[in-house]
Design a protein around this ligand. Structure first.
Ligand code: GLN
Length: 497
C-alpha cells in the first residue's frame, strides 16, 4: 500500500492560487468532481450552486492574472449550511415548509465570503431548522459520518461537517445554538469554533434561538479555522447584537504559544458516569501535551451545569416558537392550497410543512411562554441561565481556559437515538452551557476510540478569548499530530492536489 499524500489545507490551496501554481477554476472543477464521486455515499449536500461558484473562481483567476493581491482565503471552495442565505440560491433549512424558498438577499457572512472571493459551492444538510444533534431530523436525507457511514455525523450542522471530513471541501460554515458545530466537529475529527455571542453577524441566518445562535466555522486545521473566523467576524449594523470590538488577527495568534497557561478541568463533566472511558483517556493525553508546554491544571466546579440542558430546552424552544410563527403560508415557502379560510391556511400549512421534532419544540416553547406558565418556566430558565453564566465567570477568575469533552460519547449509529428525544437532548450536555453563557468554545480532534471513531474535546474561554483558544488549539495540534485528519478512503479524492 502506498502512503496517501497529505491533502492540502485551505491556506495551502490559497497560497498556490495566489502564486499562480493552481487556478481557482481548476480547483473548483476538481471540487465538483469530488462531490460527484463522494457525496453519493455521504449525502452532505442538499443542493449545489455551480454558476455562482464558477463566477467567483473566474474573478479570482482574473485578479491573479492582473497581479492583484488576493484577500485571505480567496479561491478556496466552501460549503454553507442550508440555513444561511446566499442570494438567488435556495435556503430550505432542511424543511418542507421552505422547500422552494430562494433567498432574496445575502447573509452578512455570505457578503464577506464574496468579498474574500471564496467560491460557495453549495448548501449542506441539517436537522430541520437546526433542531437536533444527529442530522436525522432533515426532511430530505440522512447524512453519514465519513469515518463510518453507518453512524451519524452529529448535528445539527452534520452536512457541513460530513463534506469537510470526506475531503469534498476544506471549509464549511454551520450554526451553533447548543453545540451544532462543536458536536459534529468532534464526531468527524474536525476543528470547529462557536465564537463569542455577537462576534459573527446573524443577519441572513434563519433564526432558531436568537439569543443562542452563532454562525460557526469548520476546518481540518486550527489555522484554517482561525483564517475563516477572521474572514466572517466583525461588526454589522444589520445585527443589533453584533459586537463592535475589532477582530484580532486570529491567524497570527495561532503562532503565539500559550505562556503560563492555567487550565481548569470541569469537575461535573469529568465525573459523569456517562463519559466514555476512551474520552477520559484522550483528556489525560491532552493534559500531558499541555503540561509539556508549561501549563498548570486545577479542577473547577460549575455547580449549576446540571441544569443547563433543562434550561436550554425552555429558552431555545420558547425563542423557536416565536421565530417560527412567521411560516404561515402567507409570506414564505409552502402554502396549503386547499385551505378554505385564513385559519386553515395557517394550520394546514404548518401541519404539512413542519416535521415532528419542529412541531414538538413549537408546542413546548408555546407552552413555556403561555400566560400563567411564563414565570414558572421561561422566567425560571432565564434565572438558571444567569447562574450558569456566573459559574463560568467565577471559573475564569481562577483559570484562563477550561478543557472538557465535546460530547459524552463518540458518533452513534444512525437510528440509535431517534426514538428517545431526551437521550438525544443529553448528547449536548457539554456544549449547551457555552451557548447559554455566550462564551467561545472550540472543539478539536483529540484521538480515536477503540472502534476507530474520532474523539473531540473542547476548549472554553471567557468572552472574546477566541485568540487564546486558537493558540492553545494550535499547540495541541502540533503536539498530537492530529491535523488535517481524513479517513483513508477519502484522502485520494476531493481537493487533494
Ligand atoms: N442539539 C441542540 C438542539 O437541538 C443544538 C442544536 C444547535 O446547536 N443548532 O437544540
Amino acid at each position: 500500500m502506498t502512503a496517501s499524500p497529505a491533502p492540502s489545507t485551505a491556506l495551502d490551496l490559497h497560497k498556490q492560487i495566489q502564486s499562480g501554481q493552481l487556478s481557482a477554476q481548476a480547483l473548483l472543477e476538481q471540487t465538483f468532481n469530488a462531490i460527484k464521486a463522494v457525496d453519493g455515499d455521504i449525502d452532505g449536500f442538499l443542493h449545489l450552486a455551480e454558476n455562482q461558484a464558477q463566477q467567483t473562481a473566474e474573478q479570482v483567476d482574473q485578479a491573479v492574472a492582473t497581479g492583484q493581491p488576493l484577500p485571505l482565503l480567496a479561491g478556496v471552495p466552501i460549503a454553507l449550511k442550508d440555513n444561511i442565505h446566499v442570494q438567488g440560491v435556495r435556503s430550505t433549512c432542511a424543511s418542507r415548509i421552505l422547500e422552494n424558498f430562494v433567498a432574496p438577499f445575502d447573509a452578512t457572512v455570505t457578503t464577506k465570503l464574496n468579498a474574500h472571493m471564496l467560491p460557495i459551492v453549495g448548501k449542506t444538510n441539517l436537522d430541520e431548522f437546526a433542531m437536533g444533534s444527529s442530522c436525522e431530523n432533515s426532511a430530505y436525507k440522512l447524512s453519514k459520518n465519513p469515518w463510518d457511514t453507518s453512524r451519524v455525523p452529529g448535528g445539527s450542522s452534520g452536512g457541513s461537517a460530513a463534506v469537510v471530513a470526506s475531503n469534498q471541501v476544506p471549509l464549511a460554515l454551520g450554526s451553533d445554538t447548543g453545540g451544532s458545530v462543536r458536536l459534529p466537529a468532534a464526531f468527524c475529527a474536525l476543528y470547529g469554533i462557536k465564537p463569542t455571542y455577537g462576534r459573527v453577524s446573524r443577519y441572513g441566518l434563519v433564526a432558531y434561538g436568537s439569543s443562542l445562535d452563532q454562525i460557526s466555522p469548520f476546518a481540518r486545521t486550527t489555522k484554517d479555522l482561525a483564517a475563516l473566523l477572521k474572514v466572517i467576524a466583525g461588526f454589522d449594523p444589520m445585527d443589533s447584537t453584533a459586537l463592535s470590538d475589532e477582530v484580532p488577527d486570529y491567524l497570527a495568534l495561532c503562532d503565539q504559544p500559550p505562556k503560563q497557561l492555567k487550565v481548569g478541568l470541569v469537575k461535573e463533566l469529568m465525573d459523569s458516569d456517562g463519559l466514555q472511558p476512551d474520552i477520559k483517556a484522550a483528556i489525560d493525553q491532552s493534559i500531558q501535551h499541555l503540561e509539556g508546554l508549561g501549563a498548570t491544571f486545577q479542577t473547577v466546579s460549575l455547580p449549576h451545569i446540571n441544569y443547563a440542558v433543562a434550561s436550554y430546552y425552555i429558552v431555545a424552544t420558547a425563542e423557536a416558537s416565536s421565530n417560527l410563527a412567521r411560516y404561515d403560508g402567507v409570506r414564505y415557502g409552502l402554502r396549503a392550497e386547499e385551505a378554505q379560510d385564513i385559519y386553515h391556511l395557517f394550520t394546514q400549512t404548518r401541519e404539512q410543512g413542519f416535521g415532528t421534532e419542529v412541531k414538538r419544540r413549537i408546542m413546548l416553547g408555546t407552552f413555556a411562554l403561555s400566560s400563567g406558565y411564563y414565570d414558572a418556566y421561561y422566567g425560571k430558565a432565564q434565572k438558571v441561565r444567569q447562574l450558569i453564566r456566573q459559574d463560568f465567570e467565577t471559573a475564569f477568575e481562577q483559570v484562563d481556559i477550561l478543557l472538557c469533552p465535546a460530547a459524552p460519547f463518540t458518533a452513534f449509529k444512525l437510528g440509535e437515538k431517534v426514538a428517545d428525544p431526551v437521550q438525544m437532548y443529553l448528547t449536548d450536555i457539554a456544549t449547551i452551557p457555552v451557548n447559554l453563557a455566550g462564551i467561545p468554545g472550540l472543539s478539536f480532534p483529540a484521538g480515536f476510540d477503540s472502534s476507530g471513531l474520532p474523539i473531540g474535546l473542547q476548549l472554553l474561554g471567557p468572552h472574546g478569548a477566541e485568540g487564546t483558544l486558537f493558540s492553545v488549539s494550535q499547540a495541541l495540534e502540533t503536539a498530537s499530530g492530529l491535523s488535517n485528519c481524513l479517513p483513508d478512503v477519502y484522502k485520494q479524492q476531493g481537493v487533494a492536489v
